[in-house]
Design a protein around this ligand. Structure first.
Ligand SMILES: [Zn+2]
Length: 554
C-alpha cells in the first residue's frame, strides 16, 4: 500500500503540510463513488428535474434508470482512476459540473457545442454579464470547496495489476447492470432519449464534456480551410445600372430580438411606436436559422439554407457579402456586438462597441445609437452602390437594462440587474421590451436619415434579428436551446423592411404588394437571395423563389 501523496513532487498545499495535517485515506473506488454521488445529487438538479417531467407517471422506471445513470457515471469516473491523474481529473469533472449546473439551473441553458462556440467567440464585455457574483459564489461552494476536499484526502492505490484487474471487473459489472437498467424499460427509455435530446445533454459532467469534444473536433476540422469563391459571375443588373443615384441598402442584423414582442406583429404593448409611423413592412412569420449568434449569423449570409448550413461550410465558402463585392458593390460591416463571426472576413469592418463616444458609450459598451451616428458621418461621402451591415447589440441579455438610454425606460419596473433570478418575470419582460422600444427608435432614425438623403441616393433598409430569447417561459432564460427542442420565442424573429419610393420605383418593386404578403412563411434562408434581388445583382447562384422582392417585382 502506497502512502505517497498523489501529487508527489508538486508543491501543492496539502503536500507541503501533509505530515502535520491529518488527511483521511480512502481507496480510489470509494472516492469515485463519492464523486459520482456528489455530482449527481448536488450538480444535476436540471437533469433530475427534466427526468421527473419526461418520466411522469413512470417513476419506478425513472428510479431504475437513475441507478443505471449512477453506475454509468461511476464507471466513467473510475476509468480515470489512474495514479497522478485521478485527482486532477476528478477536480476537473467537479468544476465543469459546477459551472454547467449554474447556467442550467439558473437560465435553463444547455452547454452544447454551439454554446461553447458562442462563448469562445464572445467578448470580455459580454462575458462579464454572465460571470456574476452569484456565479462565483455557486462555483466556489459547489466546485472549489469539494475540489479542495478531493485534493486534501489521501488516495490508497493498489499495485497496477491489481488495480487494472479490480477496476475492470468493477466497470464491467457496472456496464452489465447499466445495460440491464436501460433494456428493462427499453421502449420507454428509447422514446424519452429520442424525443428529448436535452435530457442526457443536461447530465453533468457528461453533457458538457461531450459538447466540448464535439466542438474541438469541429474546430480541428476547420483548420487550414481554404475559402471557396462564390458568385464570381455576379454583376449589376439593368435596373441597378440605370439607377439615377447610388443605391444604398442598410442591412441591420438584430440581436436577440424575438418577433413576439414587436407590436408591428401581434404584441399588445406598443413597442414599435416610431416604426408604426414610417411605412415599414413587417413580416410576421419568420424563423431563424439557429438559436445563437455564432450559428445564426453565418447562416443568414450563407448560400446554404438552415438544412445544409454548418460552421465548417460557412467558413469554407464565400458568402453574400463577397458576392456583392464581386458585383462591384461597396460593402462595409459595422459591429456594435461581439464581432462578425467570420462573416466579414474579406470586407472592411469597424468595431464600434469599444468606443467612448458620448452619449452612446459607457462602461465599455455602446448603445446602438452609435450605428446611426456612424451612418450620419459616412453617408455623405458615398458615391457608389453600397450595402452597410450594422450588427446591433440589440436586446442582448441578461443585462437588458444596459441596452437602452434611461429615457427609453417606458415599461416599468424594469429588471435592473444581470441577476435575472432577483427580478420577477414581469420586470424582466419590462426591461426586454424597453430594448425593443429602443431598437424601434434606432431603426426609425436610420429610416429618417435615409429619407433625408432621397435626392442623393436610392435607399432601403432591411432589419432581421439573429434569434429570439426566452424570458422565463417554461423556466428558460436567454437563448441557445438546441434547435429541435427550442421554444418558438427563441426561433421567431422580426424581419422588417423599409423601401424609399425611389428604391421601389428604381427596382420595379410594388411595396403595397409586399405588404399584402407580410404573413408569408419566410426564414433566414430568404435573406441571401432577397438582398441580391433587392440590389438587382445577377448571378447564377441567385434563386428567385427565395427572393421576397421577386414576389412583387415587375
Ligand atoms: Zn445573437
Amino acid at each position: 500500500m502506497s502512502t505517497t501523496p498523489v501529487f508527489s513532487g508538486m508543491m501543492l498545499p496539502w503536500n507541503r503540510y501533509s505530515k502535520r495535517i491529518y488527511r483521511p485515506e480512502i481507496g480510489c473506488k470509494t472516492l469515485s463513488v463519492f464523486v459520482s454521488i456528489y455530482t449527481l445529487v448536488f450538480l444535476n438538479f436540471t437533469f433530475w428535474h427534466k427526468g421527473m417531467e419526461y418520466y411522469s407517471g413512470h417513476i419506478v422506471d425513472f428510479v431504475i434508470l437513475g441507478v443505471g445513470i449512477f453506475l454509468l457515471l461511476n464507471a466513467v469516473i473510475l476509468s480515470f482512476s489512474v495514479k497522478y491523474c485521478i485527482k486532477p481529473i476528478f477536480i476537473l469533472f467537479i468544476l465543469i459540473s459546477a459551472v454547467s449546473s449554474y447556467y442550467q439551473d439558473t437560465f435553463g441553458i444547455l452547454i452544447t457545442n454551439e454554446m461553447i462556440r458562442d462563448a469562445v467567440t464572445t467578448t470580455v464585455n459580454e462575458a462579464r454579464h454572465l460571470i456574476t457574483g452569484k456565479f462565483v459564489f455557486h462555483v466556489f461552494v459547489f466546485g472549489i470547496v469539494p475540489s479542495f476536499l478531493v485534493g486534501w484526502i489521501k488516495v490508497k492505490h493498489q499495485t497496477i495489476l491489481t488495480k487494472v484487474a479490480t477496476n475492470t471487473a468493477y466497470i464491467l459489472a457496472c456496464v452489465v447492470v447499466i445495460l440491464g437498467t436501460v433494456t428493462v424499460n427499453y421502449p420507454l427509455n428509447a422514446s424519452v432519449f429520442r424525443n428529448h435530446h436535452d435530457f442526457i445533454g443536461s447530465l453533468n459532467p457528461v453533457g458538457p464534456i461531450a459538447s466540448a469534444i464535439k466542438y474541438t473536433r469541429i474546430i480541428l476540422s476547420e483548420r487550414n480551410i481554404v475559402v471557396a469563391p462564390l458568385g464570381l459571375d455576379a454583376e449589376k443588373g439593368p435596373l441597378a445600372t440605370a439607377a439615377p443615384n447610388p443605391v444604398i441598402t442598410i442591412l441591420v442584423v438584430g440581436e436577440t430580438a424575438r418577433a413576439q414582442n414587436f407590436s408591428l406583429n401581434i404584441y399588445d404593448r406598443e413597442t414599435n411606436p416610431e416604426l408604426a409611423r414610417r411605412n415599414v413592412i413587417s413580416f410576421t412569420d419568420v424563423t431563424s436559422c439557429g438559436t445563437a449568434t455564432a450559428v445564426s449569423m453565418p447562416c443568414m449570409f450563407s448560400l446554404d439554407g438552415r438544412s445544409e448550413h454548418s460552421s465548417s461550410r460557412g467558413l469554407s465558402n464565400e458568402n453574400l457579402l463577397d458576392v456583392l463585392v464581386h458585383a462591384g458593390v461597396n460593402v462595409v460591416w459595422w459591429d456594435n456586438n461581439t464581432g462578425d463571426k467570420g462573416v466579414a472576413a474579406r470586407i472592411p469592418s469597424e468595431n464600434l462597441s469599444r468606443g467612448d463616444t458620448v452619449p452612446f458609450c459607457r462602461d465599455g459598451e455602446c448603445d446602438d445609437g452609435i450605428l446611426v451616428d456612424r451612418l450620419n458621418r459616412y453617408i455623405g461621402d458615398l458615391t457608389e452602390d453600397t450595402v452597410i451591415v450594422m450588427h446591433q447589440i440589440g436586446s442582448h441579455g441578461p443585462s437588458y437594462y444596459l441596452r437602452y438610454p434611461p429615457e427609453f425606460e417606458k415599461f416599468t419596473p424594469a429588471c435592473s440587474t444581470d441577476q435575472l433570478g432577483d427580478c420577477t418575470q414581469a420586470e424582466i419582460i419590462n426591461a426586454y421590451d424597453n430594448t425593443i422600444l429602443y431598437t424601434d427608435h434606432v431603426l426609425a432614425q436610420i429610416i429618417d436619415l435615409l429619407e433625408a438623403q432621397e435626392d442623393n441616393f436610392v435607399t432601403s433598409m432591411i432589419y432581421m434579428s439573429d434569434h429570439g430569447e426566452s424570458l422565463g417561459e417554461f423556466g428558460l432564460y436567454l437563448h441557445g436551446a438546441p434547435y429541435l427542442i427550442a421554444p418558438e420565442v427563441q426561433t421567431r424573429v422580426p424581419f422588417i423592411m423599409w423601401l424609399s419610393p425611389e428604391f421601389a420605383s428604381t427596382m420595379h418593386i410594388d411595396s403595397s404588394c409586399l405588404r399584402s404578403r407580410r404573413e408569408l412563411e419566410v426564414s433566414h434562408d430568404n435573406l441571401f437571395h432577397s438582398v441580391l434581388g433587392g440590389m438587382n445583382i445577377h448571378t447564377e447562384i441567385y434563386q428567385r423563389d427565395l427572393d421576397i422582392f421577386a414576389l412583387c417585382q415587375s
